[in-house]
Design a protein around this ligand. Structure first.
Ligand SMILES: Cc1cc2nc3c(=O)[nH]c(=O)nc-3n(C[C@H](O)[C@H](O)[C@H](O)COP(=O)(O)O)c2cc1C
Length: 220
């Protein structure tokens, strides 16, 4: 057993609690990463869960907007400190796992609010003549996306602003190692949902080819 540890940041944002497909599948990804870490002989694995549905972030306020524009406001409402904390969570993570529903063709506003707090000029990215350059070191990001309808493939019946948006936003931070796990058509009944889970699990096996072990107990 090595003294190394694995830090995982698990971000979820579905308002549907235990019934959420994106939360459930992203938890499966976290379990797989913990198994991976245990097999690698790491002594510790820490998981920080940031639940943006049960503990929503406020929208950015005028203080924060002024600070980003280089004009600190007269009153510190704590928004920069909140942003610092969320960025520190990102910086500590060896891997980031996101579970997100599709809401109106893109990410829920709760996840957008998180992005507004961590995508910060001069702190997590800088503008250059060639475009914005991310300041975080790259690391894998696993994204489970649940949608009621289809947004990918030949049966797609709606636009997909979620995938390109997350690619652009996370890419601006410097995170380019993105792995998406689509769980499409979640309103089509039990059988269809089970088939989608089998497909997404096979994709997970291809990305992280390990037998899943007991959830979270691995960290002990
Ligand atoms: C406000 C809202 C907007 C939604 N918009 C879409 C949408 O644009 N496309 C879609 O396919 N499903 C949409 N859905 C359905 C959800 O994506 C679907 O129920 C999914 O399973 C939710 O993920 P979850 O199980 O992790 O909560 C929407 C649901 C809600 C509540």
């Amino acid at each position: 057993m090595s003294g190394a540890s694995t830090n995982i940041l698990h971000i979820v944002c579905s308002p549907r609690g235990d019934e959420s497909q994106s939360t459930r599948f992203s938890s499966k990804i976290v379990e797989r990463l913990l198994a991976d870490s245990a097999l690698a002989g790491n002594a510790r694995a820490d998981v920080v869960v940031r639940d943006l549905a049960t503990s929503p972030l406020p929208h950015v306020d005028s203080d924060y907007a002024h600070a980003l524009a280089g004009r600190p406001g007269a009153h510190d409402t704590g928004s920069l400190a909140r942003s610092d904390l969320l960025i520190a969570e990102l910086e500590r993570a060896d891997a980031i796992v996101i579970g997100t529903p599709m809401h109106n063709y893109t990410v829920p506003s709760s996840l957008k609010a998180w992005i507004d707090h961590v995508l910060r000029i001069g702190r997590t990215f800088v503008p250059t003549p060639e475009g914005k350059r991310g300041l975080l070191h790259d690391r894998p990001v696993y994204v489970a996306v649940a949608s009621g309808g289809m947004y990918l493939g030949e049966h797609a019946g709606q636009p997909d602003f979620l995938t390109p948006y997350l690619e652009a936003a996370l890419g601006t931070l410097g995170l380019s190692l993105l792995h998406f796990f689509p769980l499409q058509g979640m309103v089509r009944g039990e059988e269809a949902v089970a088939a989608v889970w089998r497909e997404a699990s096979a994709l997970l096996d291809a990305h992280l080819p390990l037998a899943p072990l007991a959830p979270y107990a691995l960290a002990a």
